[in-house]
Write a protein that binds this ligand. Structure first.
Ligand SMILES: Cc1ncc(COP(=O)(O)O)c(C=O)c1O
Length: 421
């Protein structure tokens, strides 16, 4: 298991810190990330692919706390961004913009301008309209924008439909069959410099054959473009490698994944760019929550906790499984329970029909594999302030995002004059 926590004398620890020490000082719910786990995951990517000199562009959307981005920046990562806001975060974290790639189907002209001015590595273009917009903005700034076309290779990544992105019917990228014409058009544009080809087929992928098929199509396309004197220097294969959510789940190893990339790119003139998110930080984080109440019904038993779907939406949104364990390990006997939050929605659960040991009110539970797409997808639904975020490094506890307060939530709200009379 690759979770970033372990029991020592029946008490849950992350690195050298007892989780209970964090709940005592920070309260719950809170997200906790392990520095060493983040670092190890990154090094495992860069070591396994070192022969290819890869550019690892951490997918900022997975967890965009600026302290987290700072870690990746210090480790030498680049960044995959999908908004002007993410670019600002990367800048705040001291990230190297010459290692930034910008994906997303709806980049605005203002965002394009900011990215051109920041001299990012390249834009991943997702439509002909966007290509024209980038060309237009670049010319107006008297600059040349480096680009890749994000092709849609029509590959089934065999994952949840909401995180499958490489099908023909998906909104992402340009159909690979049409992309050659778009490349030709782009090659004649004054404000555009073509340097790469890109695809991202989905997330939480366990089937390496999907990456293999995608790489096959990308390298074939790149070779074709080179023959047309279109100077492809990078092949960006996106992110998507799966992680362990269920304790009995084994994702492909880094060596197997790297082996596929090497098969296609060794001795080729293209530098690989990868955009991992989940596989870099997913298992490096947990969310900790407190048991408020327990309730027994004739058909269901419930554990009601102080975290809800607004804090971690993945179970409600994708029906995802997260392992949940007590912070103090207790009895081995279990009951079947639903672990639910306080929000007024039946979809507000973190686990259903789960075998779980008896717990008392006030006990703490840890929700595992919550480092990616956890806090970043949280909301204020039901006027619930968002959780605090903590980074553990050795024996140090570092608050990297303060818990929100009610005042933060209503900032900007106003009662119009006609209602105040
Ligand atoms: C364009 C792009 N690149 C990279 C990623 C990261 O994917 P993952 O977190 O599965 O590695 C995503 C996530 O959806 C994405 O949309």
């Amino acid at each position: 298991m690759s979770f970033s926590v372990e029991y020592i004398n029946d008490e849950l620890y992350m690195e050298k810190v007892a989780v209970r020490d964090i709940t005592d000082s920070v309260g719950t719910p809170c997200y906790i990330y392990s520095y060493s786990s983040i670092e190890n995951n990154f090094n495992s990517y860069s070591d396994s692919l070192s022969e290819l000199n890869p550019l690892i562009c951490y997918s900022t959307k997975a967890n965009s706390n600026i302290a987290v981005l700072k870690i990746y920046s210090k480790l030498g990562a680049g960044f995959d961004i999908v908004s002007g806001g993410e670019l600002k975060r990367v800048l705040l974290a001291g990230g190297d913009t010459s290692k930034v790639v910008f994906s997303g189907v709806g980049k605005t002209e203002a965002e394009i301008e900011e990215a051109i001015k920041a001299e990012i590595l390249f834009f991943n273009i997702e439509s002909i309209d966007e290509l024209h917009a980038i060309n237009r903005v670049a010319i107006s700034l008297n600059k040349i924008a480096p680009i890749a076309i994000r092709v849609n290779p029509d590959i089934d990544p065999k994952t949840h439909p909401y995180i499958s992105t490489g099908f023909k019917k998906s909104k992402f990228g340009i159909e690979i069959g049409n992309s050659i014409n778009v490349y030709r058009e782009a090659s004649n544009m004054q404000g555009i410099n073509i340097i790469a080809i890109d695809a991202h087929i989905g997330s939480q992928i366990f089937e390496l054959s999907s990456f293999n098929d995608s790489l096959q199509k990308l390298t074939h396309m790149a070779d074709t473009l080179i023959k047309e004197n279109i100077n492809i220097q990078y092949i960006d294969i996106g992110g998507g490698l799966g992680i362990t959510y269920r304790k009995d789940e084994t994702p492909p190893s880094m060596e197997e994944y790297a082996g596929i990339i090497k098969n296609h790119l060794m001795n080729k003139p293209y530098r690989p760019v990868i955009e991992p998110g989940r596989s870099l930080i997913g298992n490096a984080g947990i969310m900790v929550t407190k048991v408020l109440y327990t309730k027994e019904g004739s058909e269901k038993n419930f554990i009601i906790i102080d975290a809800a779907m607004n804090d971690l939406i993945r179970p409600a949104f994708y029906n995802s499984h997260h392992e949940i364990i007590p912070v103090m390990q207790n009895e081995k006997a279990t009951n079947t329970v639903d672990i639910v939050g306080p929000i007024c929605e039946s979809g507000d659960f973190l686990a259903t029909d789960r075998e779980f040991p008896p717990v008392a009110n006030g006990e703490y539970l840890a929700v595992l594999s919550a480092g990616a797409y956890g806090f970043v997808m949280s909301s204020n639904y039901n006027t619930r302030p968002r959780a605090a975020e903590v980074l553990v490094h050795g024996d140090s506890i570092n608050i990297i995002k303060e818990r929100e307060y009610f005042e933060d939530l209503i900032r900007g709200e106003k009662i119009p004059d006609f209602l105040s009379e």
